[in-house]
Design a binder for this molecule. Sequence first.
Ligand code: BGC
Length: 744
Amino acid sequence: MRTETERTAKKTEKEIEKLLGKMTLDEKIAMIHGAGLFRSGGVERLGIPGLATSDGPMGVRVEFMNDRWIPAGNNDDNVSYLPSNSALASTWNPYRAYEMGKVLGAEARGRGKDVILAPGINIKRSPLCGRNFEYMSEDPKLTATMTVPFVKGVQHNDVAACVKHFAANVQETDRLMVDEEIDERTLYELYFPAFKAAVQEGGAYSVMGAYNKVNGYHCCENKMLLDRVLRGEWGFDGAVISDWGGIHKTGEAAACSIDLEMSVYPDFDEYLLANPLKEAIEKGEISEEAVDEKVRHLLRLMFRLKMLGRHREERRTGAYNTPDHRQMILKTAEESMILLKNENHLLPLNAAKIKKLVVIGQNAAKIHSDGGGSAEIKALYEISPLMGLKCYLGGNVQVEYYKGYHVPEKPKIFDHNWQADSLDDLKGTDIGQLARNEEQMPGVHRRREEERLAQLKKDQAEIHEKNQALFAQAVTAAKDADAVIFVGGLNHDSDSEGIDRVDMKLPYEQDMLIEELLKVRKDLIVTFIGGSPVEMPWRDRAGAILWSYYAGMETGTAFAEILFGEVNPSGKLAETFPEKYEDCADAKNGQFGLWGRIKLEEGLYCGYRHFDRQRIKPAFCFGHGLSYTEFAYSGLTLKTEKNGEVRVTFTVKNTGRRIGADAVQIYVAPIGSRVDRPDKELKAYTKVELAPGKSRKVTLTLRREDFSYFDEALHDFVADAGDYEILVGASSGDIRLRGIATLA
Ligand code: BGC
């Protein structure tokens, strides 16, 4: 018996064919390329609208003019600023991911969008990648399990998630041309799983092809990625959208499964899937059937979004800037912040004992929502840590703020946008075909990168000079206060699309300032906002360290609540914080940030897989995060079912004095495997909230595939019979329970 959904799907397919049958070649072609910087063409005659797309993962981006990278100047495009995907992943709470997806979907619909270009789910291979803040984790399981609910949440609101960037978008250096050599097993075990889960379990309606090449071919023209894997093996029948300017050749793009060409240029008719495609079809070089297939995918997306068909009236209309959204954003921010260190219960601070609080560091007052590249937004508001502290403490507590270190100002350029520049040197040139001259592009980009590095050097001198007075002022102020909070870290001058970081150090001589402050204040509270790990050479001397990713419009509120114990921190690291960059796999093999070509020589051994194998102790390991209470785990039992599933049962107890939540992690470690495998891999986790003294029995199920690896010869995942150690831990470095499961 056929189900209702099957029947509806069949009807939809018929309607798609009917529409397609009525369309002229011109009309079909209009649908498969941009007709605006964020809009595709429609077919008015047949009532087919264009698709309205928008960035991005942290909120719906400002409204641009249709054909220029200049904000339209609207006053209704301020939006809720959501925690970045890196903050979201640190909650280790898939429910929060669902909520954030729902908020983003509602805001996108509220702003009249059909496709939201989010979430960003690439695996973090190097701590230096400029876009890490937009991505979730170094681990495929954590990424996949947070992505699926996020996608469902977005699409609940009749907006398509556009999961990006497929695949292995691991660096920004030479981002349009870099060719990444990656072996098949690494792709299947590390770089693919979250995308597979997004389309198969999350039901993502669209996927964005990445800028980079994988094994010789641009991702947006890559038959292996798009035809064989995404469509063939995973059965994806939604739409594949190019990254903006990610298509380079008409023939290649026509021949593979990319459906919509978007770009940064205003010459829409000259897009490679516009007039050049039409000419090639007319010459008989490309068949019209190639276009039909793309149109089918786009029409299917529209039916799913209720833009077409009988259910149009039922389409959700969304809403943005609602109090509800802000409340959910705050909850996520609270759960995302990570207490890295807390000696002698330095935190939480006791508000009743503070008459004068000194806050030092530019990130205390900095607004981050307006930067980072395409993820930038025009936030309705953003509560900085300083504002959060002032709001929390009220006017009767003296809160003094000192910049502490100097941040060189970057001039804001209003007449053109970095995004258009990012594909070509626009100044005074025709931005049509010239921009697609592949030979020329690396040269242009390289020059720009050299200029950036030279500027960084110049900045260094300015920073050093200005810091003398700022340091002295901060240190003096720090001596005379009831508590001192340092708020430093990174900002979108380095956590940004289009550039990679040059090192893993804190910029602006912050390390020097922290050292100075620690000399006068042993009780200094060191806090950070940033999008990727930094070295903390002074960390043995600091008593308390709190890390926050870009956590959205309520960052400051959550920050104050955590520091003053209103909220018990429960975030954990979704990526390793290495002691120094040289310890990382990509630093050791030198295959990061190169131009032209990189080989992912480390294979599966990135992140904690690498640190485990090389027995290198990171500063803070994957999965680490403290609470103001303590948890104890006990009573592990493992039960292997006939179908190969393993039931992992244990008890978690809150042994401290406060209510709190703990993300408990289960790793699988193969014993005596016949192939080389990582020492252990995260396969399940759950976040348990418990009142003091209370305990809960937790059962998690490991499926057979959680024991498997990808066998290149068989081109399939294989779970060998044998013994596997099951590790239950508070982090990857803090394993508390161990047992052995035997697979038949
Ligand atoms: C980015 C994408 C973004 C697109 C549209 C590109 O530069 O890589 O992530 O969605 O622009 O703004």
